[in-house]
Ligand binder design. Structure first.
Ligand code: NAD
Ligand code: 13P
Length: 351
């Protein structure tokens, strides 16, 4: 019997938790090969040891997910080609800015019948317009690509606290079910939704709203203001998604990938945390500096996503319809003070 082999491309905070979740299931499900390979962007730890060696020796990602055992069947591999070789299912989970380079390195090396899924929240903006990360993977590698997004703060799932997620798929329901099977555990409930763009845009755009929520926290404006910013943000998420892809469904915003992810990220995410510190500094300290100081190598997605969204909005003449998205970017680059988030966000002509 041919067993399905799974490789996880990425080994950050969420990447390591995804490998742990998957590895608990490949052990349990007879249709999967037990071993899960995890590609590691190699680095040297302060001790002088390579991160990959430390992960394999401790069965723990000591840098990005300390204190959590990954499962003995997770094998870290710093060689990208070797890590994907022979895999039938590829799970992409790196910060979005690295995916173009990773795809370039993989071109021509992946068979057409391999299935992929992206857990990456973000997008690229090209000359032709915005390109979702699942589309980048799909087009560059010539393979089908689903997405998995949801209210999934990685450190909480690492501790096996109950949460939900959404798999977005294009046409093939059976493939979506296979991904659901691979990820689901009693504490991680996964629902398939036929709206890949809607699911991916929810995961991507909520990071911009979380930056806005962090500004509100830094300005100590209270819960009502923060809830207002989240509501306005959700409205912009829905409008932007539908203006880009008319196929996006309203119901998707009520799934875990929509309102639930927006809430958890605005309450407890990294984007929120660093944006709060930025506002507390009065915009004097840069996001890059704060990210390096506060996140120890983990990466923010919201600041670059705000820039990417801004490029789309200005290119299409939509800026006036999305005051919250536009203002977040203008605050991040220092053209507006953090307090502008409240003053500007509600100034909007009716869509
Ligand atoms: P992370 O923020 O921990 O990022 C650090 C990772 O990037 C490390 O593995 C590091 O080795 C790698 N890296 C650094 N430089 C690199 C380079 N030049 N090329 C390739 N890799 C490089 O990563 P994460 O938390 O796993 O996030 C990955 C994706 O998952 C993001 O899109 C994020 O939005 C999403 N996500 C994260 C969480 C969470 O709670 N952490 C939850 C849901 C979704
Ligand atoms: P942060 O990157 O802001 O921590 O958000 C994590 C997330 O996407 C939770 O679902």
């Amino acid at each position: 019997l041919h067993k399905t082999k799974v490789t996880v491309v990425g080994s950050g905070n969420w990447g390591s938790v995804a490998a742990k979740l998957i590895a608990s299931n490949t052990l349990r499900l007879s249709s999967f090969h037990d071993e899960v390979r995890m590609w590691v962007f190699e680095e040297t730890l302060p001790s002088g040891e390579k991160l990959t060696d430390a992960i394999n020796r401790n069965n723990e990602n000591v840098k990005y997910l300390p204190g959590i055992k990954l499962g003995k069947n997770v094998v870290a591999d710093p060689d990208l080609d070797n890590a994907v070789n022979g895999a039938n299912m590829l799970v992409f989970v790196t910060p979005h800015q690295f995916m173009e380079g990773i795809c370039k390195r993989l071109v021509g090396k992946i068979k057409g019948d391999v299935e992929a899924i992206s857990l990456i929240k973000g997008m690229e903006v090209k000359m032709e317009g915005p390109c979702m990360i699942s589309t980048l993977i799909s087009e560059q590698l010539g393979i089908n690509c689903c997405v998995l997004m949801g209210a999934n703060i990685a450190n909480e799932i690492a501790l096996e606290k109950f949460s939900e997620a959404t798999v977005g798929y294009r046409e093939n329901r059976a493939i979506a079910e296979k991904w659901v099977h691979l990820f689901s555990t009693p504490y991680f409930i996964v629902t398939p939704v036929q709206d890949v763009e809607g699911v991916e845009l929810c995961g991507t755009l909520k990071n911009v709203v979380a930056i806005a929520a962090g500004f509100v926290d830094g300005l100590e404006m209270g819960n009502n203001t923060k809830a207002a910013i989240m509501r306005i943000g959700l409205r912009e998420m829905k409008a932007f998604s539908k203006m880009l892809f008319s196929s996006v469904k309203d119901s998707t915003f009520f799934e875990s990938c929509g309102v639930a992810d927006l809430i958890t990220t605005c309450l407890g995410g990294r984007n929120r945390k660093v944006a709060e510190a930025f506002a507390r500094s009065g915009g004097k300290r840069s996001f890059d500096e704060l990210e390096a100081e506060m996140l120890q190598g983990q990466k923010l997605q919201g600041v670059s996503t705000a820039k990417e969204v801004y490029e789309v909005l200005s290119h299409r003449g939509w800026l006036e319809f999305f005051p919250l998205f536009a203002t977040v970017h203008e605050i991040c680059i220092g053209s507006l003070p953090p307090s502008a988030i409240v003053e500007h966000s509600e100034r909007k002509p009716e869509l």
